[in-house]
Ligand binder design. Structure first.
Ligand code: NAD
Length: 388
C-alpha cells in the first residue's frame, strides 16, 4: 500500500461508511414530476427550470429541428449519483456529445469497477477521516483504496491498450469505455464512460491534465516511457466539426467551468478563426449556482454570449439560466424530457463520424480561405456575416 501519512487507507473505516451506497439514479419519465414542473414550478428559478424543460422537450428534441445537443458537466455530479441521468439521456439519443471535467469521468469509473461510494454527512471531523483513510466529497464518503485501485486500473488500461502518440480525449474515453465493457460486462448500466462508448457518444474533457485520469497518463509517460499524448487541438477541431455539421445547435450546461466554454467556443472558432459563417447556438440551457456579476465565464448569461457569436441573436427566448443546484434540478429536467412526446430520438453516433466531420471542416475552411484570397468582386460584403 503506498505511503499516505499518517493514516493508512481502509484500515479502520469506523462507522463512516455505514451510509447507504450511492447508486446511479435512472429517470423514467415520471408523470408526477411532469405535473409538478407544469403546474407547480411557476415563478423564480422554478419557473426558469420549467422553461428549460419546455425549450428542451418541445424545441431541441423536436424531430423537425434535428438539433445537435451537447451536454457539459462540471461540479461533482457523478459522485452524487447523477451518472444514471446521463446514461438514460445517452441511451435515448437525447444528447449527442458530452464535455465533462475529468473528475466526473474519473469518479464514474468507481461505479464501473464496482466500488461503493456512501451517503454521509458534510459535518464530520476531516482530520479523523484522514487518519482513517476516508475521502470526503461534501457528504459523499469512500475509502481511499477506491482512489488507489481506480488509479491502478487506469494505469493497467494504458499499458494494455497500447495507446500511443497524440489522440483526442474522445478517443481516450472511447477506448477506456471499450475496455470497461470488455472486462466488466454489464457495467454500461452504471458507467457513463462505458455507456457512451456503446452508444457512440463522444466524450471530451476540456482540461485533460486536471484530474486523476490525467495524473495517471502523466505517470504512464514518466514511469513506463509511454508516448500517449492528449492532443487538445484534436478536441477543439472535433467539437467544432460536430457543431458545424449540426442543422441546429443547442446545449445543456450543468454548472459552468471549463466544459461550458469548451462547448461555447465552437462557434467563435468557426467564424473568428476558420472564417466559416455558421452562426451561434439556437438553444442554450444552463443550470448553475454561478452569478453573472463576477464577470467570469461560468456565470455569463446567454445574452452576453450573443456578443461573442456563441448564441444567435434573435433566439434569446430559446435560452434560459436556472439558478439551481444541478443535483436537484437535473434529475427533474431528465424526468420531464424522458416523459415528453420526444423522449427518445435516433442516436447520431457522432463518435464514429468524427473523421468525416473533421474532413468536412477542413474542406469548408479551405474554401473560405481560398475565396478570401481571390481579388474582391464589386458589391461583395466587406465583412463575413457570422450570424445565420
Ligand atoms: N480526483 C479528480 O480527478 C478531481 C477531483 C475534483 C476536481 N478535479 C478537477 O478540478 C476541476 C474543477 O472541477 P469541479 O467539478 O470542481 O468544477 P468547478 O468547481 O470548476 O465548477 C464549475 C462551476 O459549476 C458550478 N457548480 C458546481 N457544482 C454545482 C452544482 N451542484 N449545481 C450547480 N452549479 C454547480 C460552480 O458554480 C462552479 O463555478 C476539473 O478540471 C476537475 O476535473 C479533479
Amino acid at each position: 500500500m503506498p505511503h499516505r501519512a499518517p493514516g493508512a487507507p481502509g484500515q479502520r473505516a469506523g462507522n463512516y461508511l455505514t451510509g447507504k451506497p450511492i447508486k446511479y439514479y435512472r429517470p423514467g419519465g415520471s408523470a408526477q414530476v411532469r405535473h409538478l414542473i407544469e403546474n407547480g414550478f411557476q415563478a423564480f428559478n422554478a419557473g426558469r427550470l420549467s422553461e428549460a424543460c419546455h425549450i428542451f422537450a418541445d424545441k431541441m428534441l423536436a424531430p423537425e429541428n434535428d438539433t445537435t445537443i451537447g451536454l457539459t458537466i462540471a461540479g461533482a455530479l457523478t459522485p452524487a449519483g447523477l451518472g444514471g441521468c446521463v446514461i438514460e439521456m445517452i441511451d435515448r439519443g437525447l444528447i449527442d456529445f458530452i464535455i465533462s471535467t475529468g473528475a466526473n469521468l474519473y469518479h464514474d469509473l468507481h461505479y464501473a469497477l464496482n466500488f461503493t461510494l456512501h451517503r454521509g454527512s458534510p459535518f464530520l471531523d476531516d482530520v479523523e477521516l484522514y487518519e482513517q483513510g476516508i475521502i470526503r466529497i461534501y457528504d459523499v464518503l469512500f475509502p481511499a483504496t477506491v482512489l488507489l485501485e481506480t488509479d491502478a486500473y487506469i494505469r493497467d488500461f494504458l499499458v494494455r491498450s497500447g495507446l500511443s502518440g497524440p489522440i483526442s480525449t474522445s478517443e481516450l474515453h472511447f477506448r477506456l469505455g471499450e475496455d470497461l465493457l470488455d472486462r466488466y460486462p454489464g457495467c454500461e448500466e452504471y458507467s457513463v464512460v462505458a455507456r457512451a462508448a456503446l452508444a457512440g457518444v463522444p466524450i471530451y474533457t476540456s482540461s485533460p491534465g486536471d484530474s486523476s485520469i490525467g495524473m495517471n497518463i502523466a505517470y504512464h509517460e514518466l514511469m513506463n516511457g509511454g508516448t500517449l499524448m492528449i492532443d487538445p487541438n484534436r478536441d477543439v477541431n472535433e467539437v467544432c466539426a460536430i457543431i458545424l455539421a449540426g442543422k441546429q445547435n443547442g446545449c445543456v450546461i450543468l454548472g459552468g467551468g471549463s466544459p461550458k466554454n469548451f462547448y461555447l467556443q465552437g462557434q467563435p472558432t468557426l467564424w473568428e478563426v476558420y472564417g466559416i459563417p455558421k452562426g451561434g447556438n439556437d438553444y442554450f440551457i444552463q443550470i448553475t449556482t454561478d452569478q453573472v456579476v463576477w464577470g467570469g465565464l461560468s456565470g455569463a448569461t446567454p445574452a452576453e454570449a450573443v456578443s461573442w457569436g456563441k448564441v444567435n441573436p434573435g433566439v434569446l427566448p430559446d435560452t434560459v439560466v436556472a439558478y439551481c443546484d444541478s443535483t436537484i434540478a437535473f434529475p427533474l429536467f431528465c424526468e420531464y424530457a424522458i416523459g415528453s412526446e420526444h423522449g427518445r430520438r435516433p442516436r447520431k453516433e457522432l463518435l464514429h463520424k468524427r473523421e468525416q466531420l473533421v474532413a468536412d471542416l477542413v474542406r469548408q475552411a479551405k474554401e473560405t480561405r481560398d475565396a478570401k484570397q481571390k481579388p474582391p468582386v464589386a458589391n461583395e460584403p466587406a465583412e463575413i456575416d457570422r450570424h445565420r
